[in-house]
Design a protein around this ligand. Structure first.
Ligand code: GDP
Ligand code: IMO
Ligand code: MG
Length: 424
């Protein structure tokens, strides 16, 4: 598998980090291609739980090169803190990290703008992660952004950064006190950006060299397809493209270079932040799944909304991404629930056009039609053999496979690197 994309098929937090870390054992490089510090990818190695935000998850493997693609947005201060905290755990990171010089930087002004916008939206707020992601992409597409390669010429960089700071102070009419805090953050931002230029390279060239010398790469997606600004539940989405097609754009490789697209789905559904969620469980069962699955955000700590598996949406996102196979994660969380439901179709509101398949706010008007399957009592956490799974657990997986239309090759049964079943 010289070039494999790993992509989330729901609203993020599907367990991509765990899968990337697992698959990274035999690759030369892992390249993050979307998002920024809004992501939280948890990896469990030797009993240690590590959440990665901007760094590719494969970096916890000793000889893997980490790459950050051009379409990501990079917070240089948060990245430096992340590198330091992971290096304290005994992993060497800085000397194995290559960042695209074209990546747009998350200027501190972006966070100020985002937080004030979210407060102004009130009940209509998106429920963002507060990491300045949206305003950074807005500036990028207004052609007023600031990129890592700009920091190679510090005088020009500092001028650009000052313009962004002044724009923000004026636009938000910040008080002298807030303007002072922003300027302090900007000083740190400027310093860290200039320092990180040492890690900047043409990632397209780096990847092309790996692939032409018979090496292999994993392209690690962030967020999930239902948070994609084009294909997701707009406007309750993130701002960077996060479907598999974005990997080629971000990493600067042609589509013909891709061999496999691995879709990652949870055995149920979660979403953090606002927006439609047809199969949401708002009662005690939703709470039970949240507790059993430890469903609290790896970035913000917010409780995740939980619900039944939505095969209509998983079928849609498997198609969007061209998945060649999928992996079902967190199957162990469902142990002990007597009956499990899977949404197999929607009862459509007469006003909604089936052929159009709207994924905007009207998605929330769909009424799910469920298939009820018997659950299993056995604790399957850490199980590594398909045949050792209870029959009802196997049937649950097979039903998802049938409805999503893509082969389920692997099943994750726990957060640790080794907790995985490969189906024969
Ligand atoms: P990501 O954003 O897609 O990488 O996912 P997150 O790390 O945000 O959330 C997934 C959570 O589930 C993390 O706490 C993981 O440690 C955990 N996890 C991953 N796979 C499994 C699994 O198969 N079973 C259990 N119980 N936890 C898992
Ligand atoms: P990983 O990579 C889950 C959600 C936010 C919010 C919306 C917009 O860990 O799967 P943003 O800060 O991006 O402007 O927020 O997107 N969101 C995520 N939800 N997992 C993520 O990443 C997410 N990244 C963004 O909660 O609803
Ligand atoms: Mg996450």
């Amino acid at each position: 598998m010289p070039a494999t994309i790993v992509i989330g098929l729901q609203w993020g937090d599907e367990g991509k980090g765990k899968m990337v870390d697992h698959l990274a054992e035999n690759v030369d490089a892992v390249a993050r291609f979307s998002g920024g510090a809004n992501a939280g990818h948890t990896v469990e190695v030797d009993g240690r739980r590590i959440a990665l935000h901007q760094l590719p998850s494969g970096l916890l493997r000793p000889d893997v090169l980490g790459i950050i693609g051009s379409a990501c947005v990079l917070d240089p201060v948060a990245l430096t803190e992340e590198i330091e905290s992971i290096e304290k755990e005994g992993f060497s990171i800085a000397d194995r990290l290559t960042i695209s010089g074209k990546v747009h930087l998350v200027h501190p002004a972006g966070r100020y703008i985002e937080n004030i916008n979210e407060i102004r939206l009130g009940k209509a707020a998106v429920g963002t992660t507060g990491r300045g992601i949206g305003p950074t992409y807005v500036r990028k597409f207004m052609r007023k952004g600031i990129r890592l390669e700009d920091a190679a010429v510090p005088e020009i960089f500092l001028e650009k950064s000052a313009v962004i700071t002044d724009d923000c102070i004026e636009q938000l009419a910040l008080s002298a006190e807030l303007a002072g805090s922003l300027r302090e953050e900007v000083d740190l931002f400027n310093r860290e950006s200039i320092r990180l230029v040492d890690n900047a390279m043409d990632v397209s060239m780096v990847i092309s060299r790996i692939l032409t010398s018979e090496g292999s790469i994993l392209a690690e997606g962030a967020q999930g397809s239902l948070l994609d600004p084009d294909h997701g539940t707009y406007p309750f989405v993130t701002c960077g493209s996060c479907v598999s097609g974005a990997a080629c754009v971000s990493l600067g490789i042609g589509p013909v270079m891709i061999d496999e697209v691995v879709g990652v789905v949870k055995a149920y559904s979660t979403r953090v932040g606002n927006g439609p969620f047809p199969t949401e469980l708002t009662g005690s069962l939703g709470e039970r799944i949240r507790e059993q699955g430890n469903e609290y955000g790896a970035t913000t700590g917010r409780p995740r909304r939980c619900g039944w598996f939505d095969a209509v949406l998983a079928n849609y996102t498997a198609r969007l991404n061209g998945c060649t196979w999928t992996t079902i994660t967190l199957l162990d969380v469902l142990s002990g629930i007597p009956e499990l439901k899977i949404c197999k179709k929607y009862e459509l509101d007469p006003e909604i056009d089936r052929a159009l398949f709207e994924t905007g706010v009207r998605l929330g008007k769909h009424i799910p039609v469920y298939e009820t399957l018997p659950g299993w009592e056995e604790d399957i956490r850490g199980e590594r053999e398909w045949d050792a799974l209870p029959e009802n657990a196997r049937n649950y997986v097979l039903f998802i496979e049938k409805l999503t239309g893509v082969q389920v090759k692997a099943i994750s049964t726990g957060p640790a690197r080794e907790d995985l079943i490969w189906r024969k």
